[in-house]
Design a protein around this ligand. Structure first.
Ligand code: ZN
Length: 251
């Protein structure tokens, strides 16, 4: 029976039959994979607690007729701190959801190291940086998927945009509008300068330096809203996980 080995990040699992689990995971060469772990729900299972969401592991699988079957699993990084924090879980599920829904435009060889890095960062930060973590990784994911927002010129006429007091942003055109074009747009979203600065800063800088600056509450709030709507517009997904995050943020 042909077997293969792959690194993967576990995203979720569901119970299957009496004693099995079906896991969904993300791998650097195959993207999303689903596989079955036979007997994983038995107390003496060889899998133990190693199939928990966000575990980074190496899997050995053999090709099944419908689903591939996991024969071995070795944990490389468990990321247990993420699972132990309800807040961190609420944030990481938004990114995991994006990755699960990613289409053909997203190359897993780029997305996988990005996702792994985001988990390593999330593991070590405290709650005050959670929102900035989410904004950064949503924005970078959008850019990796080929939908970088246009923030240096008008997204409709291409004219260079000078510093404005009110910045009109168009989802339809994928970026800022100059004052002439903003009149033509029915309902442009108006963003503060500090929000535009935050978006520009994070989209240009190396992802490794994502937390070297901090941004105002207002900028973070507006960025969060604009990115949620941007994802909705371009990736056509209204993420249920965002609703869960809203509820957790109230606690
Ligand atoms: Zn224009």
């Amino acid at each position: 029976m042909p077997t293969y080995k792959t690194k993967a990040i576990i995203l979720s699992y569901m119970k299957f039959k009496e004693a099995d689990k079906i896991i969904r995971a993300y791998s650097p060469h195959f993207g999303r994979i689903s596989a079955i772990a036979k007997g994983a729900r038995k107390t003496k299972s060889k899998f133990g607690a190693r199939l928990e969401p966000f575990s980074y592991c190496e899997l050995v699988l053999y090709k099944g007729r419908n689903l591939d079957i996991i024969t071995q699993i070795e944990i490389l990084e468990s990321f247990s701190d993420i699972r132990e924090s309800l807040k961190k879980l609420a944030y990481v599920y938004v990114i995991a959801d994006l990755i699960l829904r990613s289409g053909a435009e997203s190359d897993p060889t780029n997305i996988f190291p990005f996702f792994l890095f985001s988990l390593r960062e999330l593991q070590k930060i405290d709650d005050s940086l959670l929102r900035q973590w989410l904004i950064t990784f949503q924005l970078k994911y959008i850019i990796l998927s080929g939908y970088k927002p246009i923030l240096d010129k008008c997204s409709l006429c291409g004219k260079k945009i000078e510093k404005l007091t009110k910045n009109a942003f168009s989802f339809k055109h994928g970026g800022l509008l100059c004052s002439d074009c903003s009149i033509k747009e029915e309902t442009p979203t108006i963003l503060e300068n500090e929000t535009i600065e935050m978006l520009r800063d994070l989209s240009e800088k190396d992802i490794k330096n994502w937390n070297e600056n901090t941004y105002s509450d207002l900028a973070q709030k507006e960025c969060q809203e604009v990115l949620e709507n941007y994802i909705y517009y371009y990736l056509e997904s209204k993420l249920k996980t965002i609703q869960f995050l809203r509820e957790i943020e109230q606690i």
